[in-house]
Design a protein around this ligand. Structure first.
Ligand code: M6R
Length: 614
């Protein structure tokens, strides 16, 4: 999704803006641009399509552009093709260009607003909704002869949709204005500089003190000073937050890609989670309101998320139903937000999100709140919209995740869910004290077991070379193994572009098996002993139709080795936690497949790290 940055201070802005935009590259983009301003001179704008490097080369790393305040943008096209014309920043134009701006989000009523502005003499040079937004600010600013904050507020009242916007007004050199509704925006300050960005990682190397602008709020950034306003134009205060992520945690540290680094960080992330949430051999994950009596009375859980976070939810569903008597529904956020459903009062709604900004997940959370359901967010980014709006929050402590394909955040989500389910089962009397301690003990073994999988990377490199030229892959499994397949298959397709699908193994015969032909790769995950034979026989059915078989298993003596072409052996663990182990070989397989196909592992085509528009 688009990324925005802004800076005003006592250094040249352009190199800083480029540096910050570089940190937002992972969000996905197809063009980029910056606008800088030297107080006495007009705004200077540079834009390019393609990679940020083109913009940097064109401006000699930003040195060619003079000015100590500016804004920047990486664009992921929504309205209008990727082109220089459509790239941001956009300007109000006309006799005198008063406003320059960048925007992340979607203005839903842009067509109607464009007509209104056209009727009032405005002309448009791009196909973007952003140009409409900027010109609307300009329209109010000129028509009512009001200040920037009032013009922004009038605009916010008029537009429908999501936006995080950074603006420069010609009449206010050295100041940057910002506003947001539903798209992420963070503001940071140091003694003599102020920054804004779509996320913390973009400006983490510059400051640790952040303000999270709320919906329908605006901000004025001056050098080292920031003021906040509500929709009435009244000054408001926003609490400063300090982020404790390592400054260099968004760096590659010698790894070729962020994805590989993040895969290798998983043991440490899990240790950090367990250290934080297990005290004196007991799980401390609940708060004062999410207490014992709430869990005792709980009648239903609804888990809602998108993509990999949804897959973590599916794993949690199998686990919860195996160890508690609480029914669980797992819904895709994009579906949940528009469907009618009954939810009882004693229900817990759990939203899972790495970014905390996914538009559908946020909308689903708001819907659950409007239904009066108690909400819990399992989220990685503290201060994000989802973290701010949920009744309760469990932070996943994975640190910044840069690669578009999630690995460590997914693993951390699983741990949060395990802890929650174990605690709930214990409170409800589904687990006794011995089983409770045993499970906590087994969780603590996960990091070392993952490390042992990671130490054998040559195996995955070899396998990837063998299979990287294939067109189709199927991931099959039953029960928890199916939940693991969902994630393995998504990892494979999103970064290798190999068509891949996950199927509950028993479903193959109901249609999908007709796709199996000579050379089709079928990856079977077989870790649930009670149904291993069944998945294995489904794999044999595929083999008889020409499939090449890879199996991920911890099981001995099931005859798997003699059937499969390639076997990936993983350590054993309590089956409820198996997703944490079995997903790791699948992550590595996807990584090396993408690598051997020569693809951009960390930034796959068409994808964005956080999907902040619907
Ligand atoms: O930030 P979120 O966890 O809400 O993102 C949800 C999905 O977009 C995300 O998990 C996506 O599927 C992954 N990037 C896939 O690797």
């Amino acid at each position: 999704m688009c990324g925005i940055v802004g800076f005003t201070g006592r250094e040249q802005a352009a190199p800083i803006l480029l540096e910050c935009l570089k940190k937002l590259e992972y969000r996905g983009y197809d063009s980029a641009g910056i606008a800088v301003r030297d107080s006495s001179l007009p705004v200077v704008i540079e834009k390019t399509t393609g990679k940020l490097k083109a913009l940097s080369d064109r401006t000699h790393g930003g040195k060619a552009l003079k000015g100590m305040s500016g804004i920047g943008h990486t664009r992921w096209a929504t309205h209008g093709a990727p082109s220089v014309q459509n790239a941001h920043p956009h300007v109000s134009g006309g006799v005198r260009s008063t406003v320059t701006g960048v925007h992340n989000g979607i203005i839903e009523n842009y067509a109607e607003l464009k007509q209104k502005l056209t009727d009032n003499g405005y002309e448009f040079y791009s196909e973007t909704d952003t140009e409409v937004l900027i010109k609307l600010v300009d329209y109010y600013y000129r028509k009512y002869r009001i200040g920037p904050i009032d013009a922004i507020n009038r605009t916010m009242v008029r537009v429908k949709g999501s936006y995080a916007v950074a603006l420069m007004f010609d009449d206010y050199p050295e100041e940057i204005y910002a506003a947001r509704n539903d798209s992420p925006l963070v503001i940071g300050t140091t003694q003599d500089s102020s920054f804004l960005a779509s996320d913390v990682s973009a400006i983490l190397s510059r400051t640790r003190s952040f303000y999270y602008l709320g919906n329908l709020q605006a901000a004025r950034l001056k050098k080292g000073k920031v003021e906040f306003f509500n929709l009435n134009g009244d000054r408001i205060s926003i609490r400063k937050k300090t982020v404790d992520w390592e400054t260099d945690s968004a760096e590659k540290h010698g790894y070729e890609h962020f994805m590989l680094k993040e895969i290798h960080e998983q043991p440490d992330v899990i240790r950090r989670m367990l250290d934080r949430y297990i005290e004196d051999e007991g799980i401390c994950i609940c708060d004062d309101q999410l207490d014992e009596s709430f869990f005792q009375d709980l009648k239903q859980i609804i888990i809602v998320a998108c993509g990999s976070a949804w897959h973590a939810g599916v794993a949690a569903q199998y686990m919860t139903e195996a160890v508690t008597d609480v029914p669980v529904r797992v819904e895709l956020a994009s579906e949940f937000r528009y469907r009618s459903m009954y939810a009882c009062k004693e229900c817990l709604f759990i939203v899972i999100s790495q970014s905390g900004e996914t538009a559908d997940s946020l909308a689903a959370l708001r819907k659950a709140k409007s239904l009066g359901i108690r909400t819990l967010a399992i989220v990685n980014v503290n201060g994000s919209s989802i973290a701010n709006e949920a009744d309760h929050v469990i932070l996943t402590l994975a640190g910044p995740e840069i690669s578009v394909a999630t690995t460590k955040a997914y693993s951390a989500q699983l741990i949060a869910l395990y802890l929650l389910v174990i605690q709930m089962a214990f409170i409800r009397g589904n687990l006794d004290a011995v089983m409770y301690s045993q499970m906590i003990g087994e969780l603590k073994e996960l990091p070392d077991k993952i490390s042992s999988i990671l130490s054998d990377k040559e195996k995955y490199q070899r396998l990837a070379t063998v299979f990287s030229s294939r067109q189709d892959m199927f991931f099959i499994g039953r029960n928890m193994d199916y939940a693991i397949c969902l994630e393995g298959s998504l990892k494979m397709k999103e970064i290798s572009y190999i068509h891949s699908e996950a199927y509950a193994a028993g479903e193959l015969k109901h249609g999908t098996i007709s796709l199996i032909e000579d050379g089709t790769v079928v990856v079977g995950v077989i870790t649930c002993p009670h149904i291993a034979d069944k998945t294995l026989s489904n794999m044999i059915e595929c083999k008889s139709r020409g499939a090449r078989l890879i199996t991920v298993t911890d099981l001995e003596d099931k005859g798997i080795e003699s059937v499969c072409d390639y076997m990936i052996k993983i350590p054993s663990v309590n089956g409820l936690f198996m997703a944490s182990l079995a997903v790791v070989p699948l992550q590595l397989l996807s990584y090396y497949t993408s690598l051997s196909r020569g693809l951009d592992v960390d930034k796959p085509r068409n994808l964005a790290k956080s999907v902040t528009v619907e």
